[in-house]
Design a protein around this ligand. Sequence first.
Ligand code: NI
Length: 136
Amino acid sequence: MLKRFSISLEEDLLAGFDDYIVRHGYSNRSEAVRDLIRKVLVKDEWADDSEVVGVVTMVYDHHKSQLQERITELQHDFYELITSTTHIHMDHHNCLEVTIVKGKASQVQNLAGRLIALRGVKDGSLTMSSTGGHLR
Ligand code: NI
């Protein structure tokens, strides 16, 4: 059920927000405010170290000595957090590996940090989302 509430804010702030809405393709203010609130609530869950799902993305050169082995080793060390792994051969040298993880925010961040920090990983990122009660 949708509830309504009104917000008072400075003209400049509203103008900036309306600009943001247009740039991000929102159809109205409510839609944008809902998204922002969800984002904040998800962030709050990470801060509480609750259960999250995450996607670790890595681009690396598989010719780099031992890198492939190190990645596999880490993934086995943290097997309880890992849901699945997808490996794509981008070209002769480069690989894209996407690892889907699930666990406490701090554990997920720890694993992602270790994977991305491995020598030879050219690009890496972690996207976390929440499985928790805030998202309805
Ligand atoms: Ni590959």
